[in-house]
Design a protein around this ligand. Structure first.
Ligand SMILES: O=c1nc[nH]c2c1ncn2[C@H]1C[C@H](O)[C@@H](COP(=O)(O)OP(=O)(O)OP(=O)(O)O)O1
Ligand SMILES: [Mg+2]
Length: 202
């Protein structure tokens, strides 16, 4: 597996919540981080139907454009009773003409479960695929997952996206209620990061 040797890394995301988490997860490793959004890069279209496929699109786009290694994150929530939806389309479910509306997206998920009479526990998982790509076209992929269940009403104002409706197994706080440090100890993103750190950092 290729090691990350350069000091500077582009984080290929336009999501401020993800950038905050990725920066915190990278902080102990002495990497100098700049985001694709801060560099003014466009968002490439996420045309694949897998997390890995879309992670590769985002990381290669930023690596080519910057001439630096780039790290992307493609992630989403998979609800068992919905056969894994919204999955790769988790961000799309929140899309409105005025931007993303996550309270609306969470209530869409919950109403679908209500409409179908889904039984407790309404199990779901958060999934994350990281892609580290270099300007020469090489890449490495890492995956992480956390299992839990969905709750309603939503709880907490920490984190981002669908965090307030996700209760990880064995916990009493949703991702929206827990501190960032606690989420970083158990999240899908943290799990993928630990693979990345083991494989690519000295
Ligand atoms: O820890 C999380 N806590 C809550 N929600 C989360 C999390 N991780 C992903 N999610 C949701 C947010 C987003 O709606 C979708 C990912 O979509 P995804 O395309 O990978 O990210 P994005 O468009 O927000 O940013 P970008 O593509 O620029 O990295 O899953
Ligand atoms: Mg996206």
């Amino acid at each position: 597996m290729r090691k990350l040797t350069e000091g500077k890394l582009v984080v290929a995301t336009h999501n401020a919540g993800k950038l905050r988490e990725i920066s915190a997860l990278l902080a102990p490793h002495g990497v100098d981080v700049v985001s694709a959004a801060a560099l003014g890069f466009d968002e490439p279209e996420e045309t694949e139907d897998t997390f890995a496929g879309n992670a590769r699109i985002k990381a290669h786009f930023a690596a080519k454009k910057s001439g630096l290694p780039a790290l992307s994150d493609d992630s989403g929530i998979m609800v068992d009773a919905l056969d894994g939806a919204p999955g790769v389309y988790t961000a799309d479910w929140a899309e409105t003409p005025d931007g993303r509306d996550f309270p609306m997206a969470m209530s869409k998920v919950w109403s679908k479960l209500e409409d179908m009479g889904a039984k407790e526990p309404r199990s779901a998982s958060f999934n994350c695929t990281l892609c580290l790509a270099w300007p020469d076209g090489h890449d490495e992929l890492f995956e992480g997952k956390v299992d839990g269940r969905l709750v309603w009403p939503i709880r907490g104002s920490h984190g981002f996206g669908y965090d307030p409706m996700f209760l990880p197994n064995g916990e009493s706080e949703t991702f929206g209620e827990m501190s960032p440090e606690k989420k970083h100890g158990m999240s899908h993103r943290a799990a993928a990061f630990s693979e990345l750190v083991d494989g690519c950092f000295d």
